[in-house]
Ligand binder design. Sequence first.
Ligand code: NAI
Ligand code: MG
Length: 497
Amino acid sequence: MTELERKHDRTPVPKEWAYAPAPESRDVVSLDERYGHYVGGQWLEPSETYTTISPASEEPLAEVGQATPEEVEAAVAAARDAFENGWSGASAAERAKYLFRIARILQERSREFAVLESLNGGKPIKESRDVDLPLAAAHFFYYAGWADKLEYAFPNRRPRPVGVAGQIIPWNFPLLMLSWKIAPALAAGNTVVLKPAETTPLSALLFADVLRQAELPPGVVNIVTGDGRTGAALVKSEGVDKIAFTGSTDVGKAIQRELAGTGKKLTLELGGKAANIIFDDAAIDQAVEGIVNGIYFNQGHVCCAGSRLLVQESIYEPVVEKLKRRLTTLRVGDPLDKNTDVGAINSEQQLDKIRELVESGEQEGAEIYQPPCRLPEKGYWFAPTVFTNVAQSYRIAQEEIFGPVLSVLTFRTPEEAVEKANNTPYGLSAGVWTEKGSRILWMAQRLRAGVVWANTFNRFDPSSPFGGYKESGFGREGGRHGLEPYMQFDGSEHFSG
Ligand code: NAI
Ligand code: MG
């Protein structure tokens, strides 16, 4: 026997070709038993607390504060004090210095943050490691660069900070949304009170430690945790000059009503029901990857998710067949496993909402497909789902599901695609897949969406503004545009002469 043949004999043939477990270590994160509110650079003992859990296992992770209106006021007062006594008068290069430091520390501690984000939020470690963390650091890095160039960004308009910004963020990209909000606010010279979502407070609380390491002056960033009541108290606080909100359209509307007539500035980034439009000349395999990335990324907990697939009729069958086959290869399970593609649903409440809408889809007559997959017993899970035979009037074609659920519709002509894509109260994003450059431009001009991706989906960059039309909200985040809501201008005297 040759040496090679002998080796073959000794190496066992695998019984199956499934992926072996590849767990990321939890040990890189050390959690306190209990967290307070981060106010004026100190930890404030909370008067009320609740337990935050891991949605993948329902395991309790820590006790966190449920901030009362008084505690919110203490945070707002600390932010006001920091604004007036130093931060707004600090040199722009000095502000940039802190932002660069934060960017660098986030990069250095990225593994720790990625694990914590997956633990508390349920998203696959692959995504928190490769998307959330690099992008969060990139936002601080990007806005650090603007801090001393505001006069160039807005020539002849004398940009000045607004004051104290109240920022309320959701649970789908906790640290990334924090970065989208805090980086431009500080670059423009404001101070901040931030409230993370009630289900995912831990990465914001760890971020307070980054602020300590960066030696950011006390009170420039304050973090209060709690549910919608805490958010409502922040919106109501008279000491706040600007509110930035990302979340549901209902709460966005309530905030807008509350602030009407107060003179406070407001930006809203709300829901979406994006169309992902595939023309018959598109590269189908690439498009299928784009469809999967568009709706199953982050369990579909994405405001700009491509939740309505519009396929040109002539390629409907091959696209749906390839898509279904691709779904069978998605691995659903432990968010901390490096091979997981689809993690846990963020909360029981969100799972209930997904279930209700999926049930409505079945009742209204759509055809459901789910690949065979075994879901873990504990925690909140939902299998990747495709609905075909969907009419535009069905709830699953109209309402934001915010889960791994895709509704497939068809069209014949580009005009029909535009009409169907725009037939929604939302207008956040859209995708177009075609080989023809002229058709991309033709479509982009007609789609009522803040972002239109061409031959790709869910691509983000700090230099690119993001935001919506209609019920998706107003105001832009990212890019130079993202600075504007955090500044006031008095350009009128310049314009007149
Ligand atoms: P939500 O809008 O209630 O929560 C978002 C944030 O707003 C959280 O920090 C929450 O504590 C806070 N909040 C809640 N009520 C408030 C109030 N009255 N005043 C001030 N702040 C308040 O969203 P929820 O209930 O977590 O999710 C419901 C649906 O909203 C989802 O199924 C999804 O369709 C949509 N959503 C959209 C998001 C987006 O990125 N555009 C993010 C999260 C949810
Ligand atoms: Mg809510």
